[in-house]
Design a protein. Sequence first.
Length: 199
Amino acid sequence: MKIVCLDVEGVVLPEIWIEFSKASGVPELSRTTRDEPDYDKLMRWRLSVLKQHGLGLKEIQSVVATIDLLPGAREFLDTLRGEAQVVLLSDTFYEFATPLMHKLGDPTLFCNSLVAAPSGEITDYKMRCRQSKLTTVRALQSVGFETVAAGDSYNDLAMIRASSAGFLFRSTDAIKAENPDLPALETYGELLAAIRAAL
């Protein structure tokens, strides 16, 4: 039995931090896991930048409310969910992603949680588990699933490589150059065809 594991931001949603960076006028917040492989280092830095600028959960959620899906994402996901079991695996946070999941038809999402003070200041974050994407793929495999995975960032590489079939989707030139053995796809049609072939 096979299950498809997809990254979220960059695959079906725009990068939330990039959108917030544009809206808040704080360009340094546009840094993502496409740029920084060490997620803890990235998040600690993000929290310090938010604090420095007096930005918190309320401000981010107000921007999230304006974010739309990537063009074609809902149709792609609806088609895929009609043909296979699908789990979205993300290093984002339920406090950001939940409203966007409604726009996607409420697919299954495994992600992380934020810790916020009553003032709205984000003081910490809690990972669901260490190396959450790889750990989840391994757990699914341990209960009899064969995984097929796709993502765009450094934090997706482990789950892609651990799966029976894995794909880069709309990744950066640097990541593609560093991983020339991984199929690099650019359109939902290509991704859907590749997943169908793997299923």
